[in-house]
Design a protein around this ligand. Structure first.
Ligand code: PNS
Length: 162
C-alpha cells in the first residue's frame, strides 16, 4: 500500500493546496494531510480550526486522512508508514526552499522521498499569506479559497477588530 504525507502550515488551506490534495490522492492509496504545530510562525488559525477547514473541503476524498504533527516530518512519516512526502511547486521561487527541505529530509531518513506536484496555473499566485493579507483588509478572496474558508477568515478578522 502506498502511503504519502502532505505536510504544511495550511494557515488556511487554499485552492492551491486543495488542487495538490485532489491530484495526489489519485496517485497514492492513502494520503495523510499533516498540519504542523509548534512552528516558529505565529498562525492566524488554531490547529483545530485548520483541521476543521481541511476536513470540510476533503470529506469527499475517501483515501484522505487529516491530522497534525509536531517535531520532525521524517519521524511522523515513519510512524505513519509513509514513504513519500508530497509538496507543491508554484514557481521557480519555491524550488530552492523545497529542494533544501527535500534534501534535509532524505539526509535524516533515506526512506522518505519527496514528490513534487506542479500547482495548476490558475493557482500559481495563491498563497495563505496573500489570502490572509487580502482578507484582513476585507478584500475578495473567493477565487483563492472555498466559501467555508472565506467565512472562517471573515469571522476571524471580525473578532480581531471587535
Ligand atoms: O506550509 P509550509 O509552512 O511551507 O510547510 C513547511 C513544512 C511543514 C513542510 C516544514 O516546515 C516541516 O516539515 N517542518 C517540520 C519540522 C522538520 O521536519 N524540519 C526539517 C525539514 S525543514
Amino acid at each position: 500500500m502506498s502511503i504519502a504525507v502532505y505536510p504544511g502550515s495550511f494557515d488556511p488551506v487554499t485552492y492551491g493546496h486543495l488542487d495538490i490534495i485532489e491530484r495526489s490522492a489519485k496517485v497514492f492509496d492513502k494520503l495523510i494531510i499533516a498540519v504542523l504545530v509548534n512552528s516558529e510562525k505565529v498562525p492566524l488559525f488554531t490547529v483545530e480550526e485548520k483541521l476543521d477547514m481541511i476536513r470540510e473541503e476533503t470529506k469527499h476524498l475517501k483515501n484522505v486522512e487529516v491530522t497534525f504533527f509536531s517535531g520532525l516530518l521524517v519521524d511522523f512519516a515513519k510512524e505513519q508508514n509513509a514513504d513519500v512526502s508530497v509538496r507543491g511547486l508554484r514557481a521557480v521561487t519555491d524550488f530552492e526552499y523545497e529542494l533544501q527541505i527535500a534534501q534535509i529530509n532524505r539526509q535524516l531518513n533515506k526512506e522518505l522521498d519527496t514528490m513534487f506536484f506542479t500547482t495548476s496555473i490558475e493557482y500559481a499566485y495563491v498563497s495563505s499569506t496573500i489570502v490572509k493579507e487580502i482578507a484582513s483588509y476585507g478584500g475578495d478572496v473567493s477565487s483563492m479559497v472555498p466559501s467555508y474558508v472565506e467565512d472562517c477568515l471573515r469571522k476571524k478578522f471580525a473578532r480581531q477588530e471587535a
